[in-house]
Ligand binder design. Structure first.
Ligand code: SF4
Length: 326
């Protein structure tokens, strides 16, 4: 992993934030591109909305990148652009919780503070036959207290934490754990009883509310696509999307349903019906929340819009065209 052994605490910070709720393989290319675009805390603090969101486009959970910039601005204003060296101080920054603070403080500054992520929790739920719900912060804190003497007994706390996380990620995997390779096998109660798949106990999930909406594909006479600024979810502020039919200041002509797009967010499920339509004969003046764009991929797009346009392009209906030259 490119961030392992990285001498720069800033890079470790970026990687840990990207890895929250996102798989390693997805993060890898984003990590390189983000550091190229914003190589220092000062660059991140000064980042404008559009390039910042573009660099994060597709990773989801956009509050993460807004908090990164907010924290960078705070560090520039109060700490000469330097990250604090203890988990307690790191936790005071926007977007840094116990897990990320422990990871940065141990890996970059050698502080003996245990990291408890989903991977570490899985290892110890199995080793000790724990039935706690480790998606809950108090249970993670309890596990951290239990791990404290073990990390204090090691010479390099960062290595201890990384070894634990990678034991969970690579050996004690959610399905088919490779117990024959595991150094904890002699003491692992789940392996001894053959009940690895019963641990950890899955968290109880609530049914998510459903949201439905119609979005429209509209092109002007030069083939440019109409996009709208996302309004509504604060976390998607600054992103562009296909316009929602019920929010348009005009009625599109000859609408024809041409597809459906479903997406699950952390707090709701969304179904978008895709409609292709024509412009009405008489078009009203459009406000700044709309724009005509020759190549929508140059804008930060919501995931739904990006996926819809990519799938149309795959089906041979390219939404991009070269920018007009006058
Ligand atoms: S022995 Fe198997 S179940 Fe137990 S911690 Fe190791 S990999 Fe996980």
């Amino acid at each position: 992993m490119p961030w392992r052994g990285h001498p720069n605490a800033y890079a470790v910070w970026i990687s840990e934030i990207m890895l929250q709720q996102t798989q390693v393989d997805t993060v890898r290319p984003y990590f390189h591109r983000f550091l190229e675009a914003f190589p220092t805390i000062a660059d991140l603090a000064a980042a404008a909305d559009e390039p910042l969101l573009k660099a994060w486009e597709g990773l989801g959970y956009y509050t993460r990148v807004r908090n990164l910039r907010k924290a960078a601005q705070q560090l520039m204003a109060t700490a000469e652009g330097q990250l604090p060296r203890t988990a307690e101080a790191l936790k005071q920054l926007p977007g840094i919780g116990s897990y990320t603070a422990a990871a940065i403080a141990s890996i970059c500054f050698n502080e003996a503070v245990p990291v408890v992520d989903g991977n570490v929790a899985r290892v110890f739920a199995r080793r000790n036959l724990l039935t706690d719900d480790f998606s809950k912060e108090p249970n993670r804190r309890q596990l951290a207290v239990w791990l404290q003497p073990f990390i204090e007994a090691t010479a390099i706390p960062g290595d201890f934490n990384q070894a634990m996380m990678e034991l969970g990620a690579l050996v004690c995997t959610p399905r088919n754990p490779k117990c024959e390779l595991c150094p904890l096998r002699p003491e692992c109660q789940a392996a001894q009883q053959g009940v690895q798949s019963d641990y950890p106990t899955p968290p109880k999930r609530k049914a998510l509310p459903e949201r439905k909406s119609k979005v429209v594909l509209l092109k002007n006479e030069t083939g440019e696509l109409l996009v709208a600024r996302h309004l509504g979810e604060r976390l998607l502020e600054g992103f562009w999307e296909l316009p929602h039919v019920d929010k348009l200041p005009f009625k599109p002509s000859a609408p024809k349903v041409c597809g459906t797009h479903r997406q699950t967010f952390s707090h709701f499920r969304q179904t978008l019906t895709l409609v292709s339509a024509k412009l009405p004969k008489k078009m009203p003046e459009l406000g700044a929340e709309y724009c005509w764009v020759a190549d929508p991929t140059t804008l930060p797009l919501t995931t739904a819009t990006r996926q819809i346009l990519a799938s149309l392009e795959e089906k041979g209906e390219p939404q991009r065209k070269k920018a007009r030259t006058k």
